[in-house]
Design a protein around this ligand. Structure first.
Ligand code: HEC
Ligand code: HEC
Ligand code: HEC
Ligand code: HEC
Length: 143
């Protein structure tokens, strides 16, 4: 009985330390309030870039526009989003690549479906929204 207890306490301590490591890692992750979405060209069709990087008001989306983190961040298991706040956030391009791979659509499509589709939906509902036209997200470079 005593031996069982000490084995149990070792297991509890081990599980707890794993939890602590995960928590420190997640809390360590930093994200700028605003940034340019500017992925490596290798993640786009034919390894090319044709459009300019895109401004993202990250903090404002979460805090002012009140969009839930899980609207944009996900880890799918059996078709369900299991990601929750505090979990590690991976870059979109770690999963979404230059071309569709099964259910994981290309990176370009993933961004357009996430950003553009939400903005367009809100627009058709007559609500305040973000950019919906190419050049509003991809400003044309001065020559
Ligand atoms: C409207 C969409 C959207 C919402 C809402 C959102 N994020 Fe993000 N977040 C992004 C995008 C896009 C990136 C950049 C991803 C990339 O570079 O591939 C990002 C990046 C991050 C990163 C940095 C990841 C890295 O490795 O650089 C963290 C951490 C993060 N978000 C946490 C959160 C948390 C926590 C919330 C909720 C409070 C949240 N996000 C809400 C879209 C969103
Ligand atoms: C851990 C891998 C992973 C990361 C990181 C990831 N995705 Fe996905 N994403 C997937 C998979 C897998 C699917 C397909 C899910 C399904 O249909 O079962 C998906 C589906 C989507 C969809 C369609 C379904 C939906 O949720 O609307 C969009 C849009 C999308 N991802 C955008 C993004 C964006 C934007 C980012 C970064 C902020 C991102 N993804 C980060 C794996 C990932
Ligand atoms: C679920 C809905 C939703 C998603 C997803 C979303 N947005 Fe937005 N976005 C909004 C809303 C709502 C507004 C502002 C409406 C207003 O002015 O009150 C906005 C505004 C903006 C603006 C204008 C500046 C600002 O914050 O007011 C930019 C730029 C923008 N979004 C870029 C993006 C990009 C890039 C992505 C994808 C990485 C994205 N958005 C994803 C809902 C969304
Ligand atoms: C709501 C914002 C938004 C709108 C509107 C939008 N895009 Fe994008 N698009 C993005 C984001 C975010 C990326 C990823 C950018 C990056 O990583 O540099 C992207 C990537 C791309 C790419 C792949 C990268 C490249 O440089 O070749 C192409 C092509 C593209 N968009 C074309 C278009 C076209 C054409 C339109 C109009 C029909 C459009 N986009 C409208 C947000 C937007």
């Amino acid at each position: 009985m005593k031996k069982n207890l000490s084995v149990l306490s070792v297991i509890v301590a081990f599980v707890f330390s794993l939890g602590l490591v995960a928590w420190v890692y997640a809390a360590d992750q930093k994200v700028a309030d605003t940034f340019k979405i500017d992925n490596d060209k290798a993640l786009f069709k034919d390894g090319k870039r044709t459009k300019t990087p895109v401004e993202m008001t990250h903090k404002k989306h979460a805090e002012v526009h009140k969009i839930a983190c899980a609207e944009c961040h996900h880890v799918y298991k059996d078709g369900k989003n299991t990601w929750k706040q505090g979990d590690k956030v991976q870059k979109c391009g770690e999963c979404h690549k230059a071309a569709d791979q099964g259910k994981t659509m290309s990176l370009q499509l993933a961004y357009h479906k996430n950003c553009k589709d939400c903005h367009t939906k809100l627009k058709t509902e007559g609500k305040k929204t973000g950019p919906t036209v190419c050049a509003q997200c991809h400003p044309v470079e001065k020559k």
